[in-house]
Design a protein around this ligand. Structure first.
Ligand code: NIG
Ligand code: FE
Length: 421
């Protein structure tokens, strides 16, 4: 996937169904608005460079001679790409040993307390070179793209030292250079766990994070957002508030890990600091729902982590019924969700959270884009990025989540370029 040359004028014709087609990008969808996915049968789409130019019905298809490339969709369905707003896909090694421990009955917290979990990945990451990390993350990123993901957020958080965190964020910057057809956002998650050198000295670690890590990250412009694992056994609400305030001085908004292990206060502190999103929310009460209502913070759930850890699923149904927006993301990471499949995430949204296929589709596309802080992706509309995937002809929209292991995708187009496998 090299650099793009944008003289391309592409026509996609004979589209059986154009999914998520708008006159202009609608922005985040909330409550009942999530139950609608506008669709156009027998359509064409024109792409100019990296953006969608226009679309319409095949009865009005423009003359092919004015295009440099024509793709015949053969009545397959064209979807806007998935936008995965929460991943940790830069990591070293893998943690299937802990997978065995989990099967034998240990919980995520017990594994973490024994020095496994995040610290296990941190040891491996600090031993790995920047090049090794770049190569392994590139393989994962390519797999995500082949699965229809066009926008993605990637966090640091396995360094837990100044050098380790900067190394991770530089790898993310290199991924951005290597994959210009993907929209990549980076998040500084120094407060993922207390680094080994600071074992038992959590507040000294947070001091160091605020005084050393954060200014170093900001000086190199390495992060769009800041994240804190605000949860029982990890970081407190007060520490989260401090990190969010300090990061705001550098222009970084929050994307907070909240309420995965307990009702942590992470939602409230995230909303109070105008976080872009609060994520996980496997546990949520009416108090959190009320706090989120009327805020700009997007509730984001990660059903892949619930699946893999065997913990409760977030109450996505309740959040939407309360009139709120909902985004779903993969949480791709070696410990709690070793998968970046957004189709699987969308299926879990339906099966486990009781979202309709339309709601779940909006949660992994347009609302995922909003949780990434991107306004021109995740829908098919003139002026938006031409990041889309084509499937074989489908009987209905619900088939996408229903046939959850069937390889339906026949082609992925990212910012106007076809992804070649
Ligand atoms: O989102 N909850 C915290 N962080 C990750 C897990 C990271 C890990 O176990 O390596 C998550 O689930
Ligand atoms: Fe996470």
């Amino acid at each position: 996937m090299g650099r793009m040359i944008h003289a391309n004028r592409l026509l996609i014709k004979n589209i059986g169904m154009l999914v998520g087609a708008y006159e202009r990008a609608p922005g985040v969808l909330s409550g009942q608005d999530m139950s609608r996915v506008p669709m156009l049968p027998d359509a064409w789409v024109a792409v100019d460079g990296d953006r969608i130019k226009a679309y319409g019905l095949m009865s009005d298809v423009p003359a092919q001679e004015t295009f440099t490339q024509v793709i015949d969709a053969c009545h397959g369905w064209l979807f806007p790409c998935f936008c995965d707003s929460h991943t940790h896909l830069v990591y070293a090694g893998s943690r299937e040993g802990e997978f065995r421990d989990k099967i034998a009955g240990l919980s995520y917290e017990e594994i973490a307390r024994r020095g496994g979990g995040i610290l296990n990945s941190s040891d491996l990451l600090n031993q790995a070179s920047e090049d090794e990390l770049l190569e392994s993350a590139s393989v994962r990123l390519r797999q995500c793209a082949a699965g229809g993901t066009g926008g993605i957020e990637i966090k640091s958080g396995y360094g837990l030292t100044v050098d380790g965190e900067l190394k991770m964020l530089r790898v993310i910057r290199k991924l951005r250079e290597r994959f210009p057809m993907l929209e990549i956002k980076s998040t500084f998650l120094g407060a993922h766990a207390v680094g080994r050198e600071y074992a038992g000295r959590q507040s000294a670690y947070v001091d160091m994070l605020v005084k050393k890590m954060l200014p170093a990250v900001a000086a190199e412009g390495l992060a769009d957002y800041v994240d804190v694992f605000c949860d029982e056994g990890f970081f407190t609400v007060e520490q989260t508030a401090r990190i969010l305030s300090e990061a705001a001085r550098f222009g970084m908004r929050g994307k907070i890990h909240a309420n995965e292990l307990a009702v942590s206060g992470g939602v409230q502190v995230g909303v109070a600091h105008n976080a872009v999103s609060v994520d996980h929310l496997e546990r949520i009460t009416n108090a959190e729902i009320q706090t989120l209502a009327g805020s700009d913070t997007i509730p984001t759930m990660l059903p892949g982590a619930s699946f893999f850890l065997g913990i409760p699923y977030g109450k996505g149904r309740q959040v939407i019924d309360a009139g709120l927006p909902l985004a779903l993301a993969s949480d791709y990471n070696p410990g709690s969700s070793p998968s970046g499949s957004m189709r699987f995430v969308a299926s879990l949204g339906c099966v486990k959270m009781k979202l309709t296929p339309e709601e779940s589709f909006n949660a992994v596309t347009v609302n995922g884009a909003a949780a990434l802080g991107v306004s021109d992706m995740g829908v098919i509309a003139p002026g938006c990025y031409a990041s889309m995937f084509l499937t074989r002809p489908l009987p209905s929209l619900a088939y996408l989540q229903y046939a959850y292991t069937e390889p339906l995708i026949t082609r992925v187009i990212l910012k106007g370029d076809s992804l070649l496998s």
